[in-house]
Design a binder for this molecule. Structure first.
Ligand code: ADE
Length: 230
């Protein structure tokens, strides 16, 4: 079964409202909605904000529901200069920008002993997302890019520039790389879809609440189009 995951209620609300035959289950403070959207069976959940919540939720989806594909949908702060608010990034790969064991010789972002820094998204899901975007008239720019994740809301221009530079990242959020690592460890294909709610700069705290719903709905519109061809 396919899982559609977001971090916040706002990021999955449209899908929850559009689902039929819904069955609800709870675990670890999370609510899992099993049902159909446009006739397709999915499981929908919002995991909460941050990498710990995202990892816990991903493992439950795999263990308890046997999901075999995960699409994560939501918003992010833009790092790439070419990205505007509401534009969409489809993950090529994800890095945890706040993981640093440099003292023992590991490059920043590398998971110690696993010796892995970039967690690659599933190519077929990436291509499906890019193709699906072309079917939606008037959809904002979609790019393929690297998603940086960390337990920090970035709202500072210099910090954003440094992150973009250090990790070659296109946008920054707080869950994607945790989902990616959990999927890697369980051999589950995934893709992260993120619409820009802000530019991770000094006005991000004002832009985020202003654009979060519209951006979240853009990302969901793309996922809904993807489901038609899955
Ligand atoms: N999600 C949306 N905007 C973000 C930002 N600026 N930093 C981290 N996560 C985000």
């Amino acid at each position: 079964m396919l899982a559609v995951m977001g971090a916040m209620e706002e990021e999955i609300a449209l899908f929850r409202e559009a689902m039929d035959d819904v069955k609800k289950n709870q675990k670890a403070g999370l609510t899992f909605y099993q049902g159909k959207i446009d006739g397709k069976k999915i499981i929908l959940v919002h995991c909460g904000i941050g990498k710990v919540n995202a990892a816990i939720c991903t493992q439950i989806l795999i263990d308890d529901y046997g999901v075999d594909n995960i699409i994560f949908t939501g918003v992010a702060g833009a790092l790439a200069a070419s990205l505007d608010v509401l534009d969409v990034v489809v993950s090529t790969d994800c890095i945890q920008h706040d993981l640093n064991v440099h003292a023992f010789g590991y490059e920043p972002g590398t998971v110690p002993r696993l010796n892995k820094k970039e967690f690659a998204a599933d190519d077929a899901l990436v291509q499906l997302a890019l193709e699906s975007g072309k079917n939606i008239e008037g959809f904002p720019q979609i790019i393929q890019g690297r998603i940086l994740s960390g337990d920090e809301f970035i709202a500072d221009k210099d910090r954003a520039l440094n992150l973009a530079d250090e990790f070659n990242g296109h946008c920054v959020e707080m869950e994607g790389a945790a989902v990616a690592q959990a999927c890697y460890l369980n051999n589950i294909p995934f893709v992260i879809i993120r619409a820009m709610s802000d530019k991770a700069d000094g006005t991000a705290d004002v832009d985020f609440p202003k654009f979060v719903q519209k951006a979240a709905n853009n990302s969901l519109a793309l996922v809904r189009e993807m489901l038609k061809n899955l």
